[in-house]
Design a protein around this ligand. Structure first.
Ligand code: 2PG
Ligand code: MG
Length: 420
């Protein structure tokens, strides 16, 4: 990292709101040379059981128990004390100090939300001190690539009050010359889908990530509508725009190891679920499937990977929770072939980057991701470029907390062009 060596002088914290109207945390870090950085932490609705601990106040009198005043106090108190005087650009040292101050395995004492806010804000402050955008400070020369958007255009599951069970229906532009062109293609398909839904009287209200959230008769109907939208926008489904799904199947797992879709009421064994995905893959141009099995169903994941792993990307989100211990198990056992990266699942920048590197070294796919509860902070755009991960999931081209990341990538694309 080519970040400044200026030392941390002070750390601040603020309880703010995320895009779902719940409190979340912002931290600010000020350096001795007067530079400063801030960062907001997002929050998920379909949270994996193995994620680092998100500290909430649990005081029913405030924000339905979801306040983060204690996490803010932890930033101002023990975490500030732990990092004061450290060079902000030495991310590893800063993050180690944060982890030591917490002292638990899953950051449950001071809160992963508290640690991550300081970790990211410190990196931002160091980049500001170096007079460089964050992506450039973190980015080894050879990795300067912009990610392809994996854009969510139809929401279901825990992200929408409709009767669709698959959480995210996404599109991926193929063979585009630039990030901006890929983004345009996706936005055009999004508008075409909106027009089709309106024509059919299906409603064009949106879900948590900005994708449309119509009531449909089945998940297949959603896929059919999206194929139609791709065609209506003037593109060839498959060749020019592919499909990606996030089933978020941890939400479907029931006692006894069977999957039960809460809205459609389908009950399937892991074998039947793998067959279902194989059937969909045979029928539709699905390039990527995330959380096609549940977070603790390692056998189901192996089964799915044997069945479809050579045909498509199989992304572990709840399965790996951006944690190298779980990723290592996946690599050893052949569970999945790609990882979703969400910094708040693990709680520090360096651990996030470690998970990316481990996956990249093994030739796995890497997708940088937002959360369903987001803020205007676009930092994952910088992280996607810095790591050269190649793919980003940031919702629909709708709702500013989603477009903030895409717009930041457009900015970075322009910054790169200016660098020559
Ligand atoms: C996911 C995410 C983001 P959440 O499951 O991949 O799309 O959702 O933040 O609710 O976990
Ligand atoms: Mg997911």
């Amino acid at each position: 990292m080519r970040l400044s060596s200026s030392k941390i002088r002070g750390v601040t914290a603020l309880e703010i709101l995320d895009s779902r109207g719940n409190p979340t945390l912002r931290a600010g870090v000020e350096l001795e040379d007067g530079s400063a950085g801030w960062a907001n932490v997002p929050s998920g609705a379909s949270t994996g059981a193995h994620e680092a601990h998100e500290l909430r106040d649990n005081d029913p009198a405030r924000y339905r128990g979801k306040g983060v005043r204690q996490a803010a106090e932890n930033v101002r108190g023990p975490l500030a004390a732990a990092v004061k005087g450290l060079p902000a650009g030495d991310c590893r040292r800063v993050d180690e100090a944060l982890r030591e101050a917490d002292g638990t395995k899953n950051k449950s004492r001071l809160g992963a939300n508290a640690l991550l806010a300081v970790s990211l804000a410190a990196a931002r402050a160091a980049a500001a001190s170096a007079g460089q955008p964050l992506w450039r400070c973190l980015c080894p020369e050879e990795k300067k690539i912009l990610p392809v958007p994996m854009m969510n255009i139809l929401n279901g599951g825990a992200h929408a009050a409709n009767n669709v069970d698959i959480q995210e229906f996404m599109i991926i532009p193929r063979g585009v010359p630039s990030f901006g062109e890929g983004l345009r293609r996706c936005a055009e398909v999004y508008h075409a889908l909106g027009a089709i839904l309106r024509e059919r009287g299906l409603g064009s209200g949106v879900g948590d990530e900005g994708g449309f959230a119509p009531d449909l008769s089945s998940d297949e109907e959603a896929l059919e509508l999206i194929l139609r939208a791709i065609g209506r926008a003037g593109y060839r489904p498959g060749d020019e725009v592919g499909l990606a799904l996030d089933a978020a199947a941890s939400e479907w797992m029931q006692e006894g190891g069977v999957y039960h879709t809460p809205k459609g009421g389908k009950v399937r064994t892991p074998e039947e679920l793998a067959e279902y995905w194989a059937g969909l893959a045979a029928q539709y141009p699905i390039l990527s499937l995330e959380d096609g099995m549940a977070e603790d169903d390692w056998q189901g994941w192996q089964l799915l990977t044997r069945r479809l792993g050579t045909r498509m990307q199989l992304v572990g989100d709840d399965l790996f929770v951006t944690n190298i211990r779980r990723l290592k198990r996946g690599l050893e056992e052949g569970a999945g072939n790609a990882i979703l990266i969400k910094p708040n699942q693990i709680g520090t920048l360096t651990e996030t980057l470690e998970a990316v590197s481990m996956a990249q070294e093994k030739g796995w796919g890497v997708v940088m991701s937002h959360r369903s509860g987001e803020t205007e902070d676009p930092i994952i755009a910088d992280l996607a470029v810095a790591t050269g991960c190649g793919q980003i999931k940031s919702g629909a081209p709708c709702r500013s907390e989603r477009t903030a990341k895409y717009n930041r990538l457009l900015e970075i694309e322009a910054e790169m062009a200016g660098m020559g």
